[in-house]
Design a protein around this ligand. Structure first.
Ligand SMILES: Nc1ncnc2c1ncn2[C@@H]1O[C@H](COP(=O)(O)OP(=O)(O)OP(=O)(O)O)[C@@H](O)[C@H]1O
Ligand SMILES: [Mg+2]
Length: 264
């Protein structure tokens, strides 16, 4: 089970990715959460303290690892690098255990080199995501960068499903349509919508109507939940601060539907 969580900026991707990872862990899955957002903050959602989160070296900044695998340091521009290497040891060596039981791997900033060539860091990350071996009862949840740019870089190319999060706003919904179009061009078959920060029936109607008109199956609606906001403002992980709040219960229901859809 390899799932990417995408959507416009600020819609709740990290909150939902973190909560899904936690819920899967509670259901007995071995879960790897991957922070694929250059502006990484999934660590906080999973309950790490700021000092612990800051100590994590993102894979893209781990020059020794990049050199070990590709034979080239990221600053040696233009050099040919190795394309064949194994990646299965990287999770074991670099994933960090978080207080909510999920392992976390932080990818860092992945940019294409000038001229459209692939840089060794980008290649390493793509290989890593592509060849992560997932056994039975294992899950990988990717928290993606906001918007559509990552789709061009192909970081989420090999996922089994893509969740697109939207809040009730025309701009957020438009972004869903763009992500869906690009993701289906890339061959991702299961593209699923989650409505988040829904305040009332009118909000829900907007999101459900969009889902129907555009034939993007909806996994569920998560209401705007003051407990999530409170956790955020007081610097706590929403997962550990309010595990049975309304939003968290709604994400549990979403998780159950997701498992069912992926199985089918
Ligand atoms: N259901 C909800 N109810 C209330 N607040 C929420 C809810 N979901 C998310 N939030 C709040 O919205 C803000 C943005 O959430 P989050 O960081 O998860 O979004 P994001 O899509 O990952 O943002 P970015 O694009 O910056 O990565 C946070 O302050 C979070 O606490
Ligand atoms: Mg985020």
């Amino acid at each position: 089970m390899k799932v990417a969580v995408t959507g416009k900026g600020g819609v709740g991707k990290t909150t939902i990715a973190g909560a899904l990872a936690y819920i899967l862990h509670k259901r007995g899955f071995k879960v790897l959460a991957v922070d694929a957002d250059p502006n990484a903050n999934l660590a906080y959602t999973l309950g790490l303290r700021a000092d612990e989160a800051e100590r994590i070296t993102p894979i893209s900044e781990n020059w020794d690892l990049i050199e070990e695998k590709t034979g080239v340091r990221p600053d040696s521009y233009g050099m040919l690098f190795r394309l064949n290497f194994t990646v299965d040891d990287i999770v074991r060596r670099y994933a960090v255990k978080t207080p909510c039981g999920v392992d976390l791997l932080v990818m860092g900033v992945v940019r294409e080199a000038l001229g459209g060539c692939m840089c060794p860091a980008n290649y390493l990350i793509r290989m890593l995501l592509r060849h992560l071996i997932i056994r039975r009862r294992e899950a990988v949840i990717l928290d993606m960068e906001a918007g559509t740019e990552h789709l061009a870089r192909g970081t989420a190319k090999h996922v089994g499903a893509m969740i697109v999060v939207a809040e009730p706003s025309i701009k957020a919904i438009e972004t869903v349509r763009r992500i869906r179009n690009l993701a289906s061009q890339m061959g991702i078959e299961k593209i699923l919508l989650v409505g988040n920060k829904v305040l009332n029936e009118k909000d829900e109607y907007l999101i459900r109507g969009f889902s129907e008109r555009n034939r993007i199956p909806i996994l569920g609606i998560v209401h705007y939940d003051p407990a999530i906001r409170e956790a955020d403002l007081s610097g706590h992980s929403p997962i550990l601060y309010c595990p049975s709040s309304r939003a968290m219960r709604e994400i549990e229901a979403i998780n159950d539907r997701l498992i069912k859809i992926i199985k089918d």
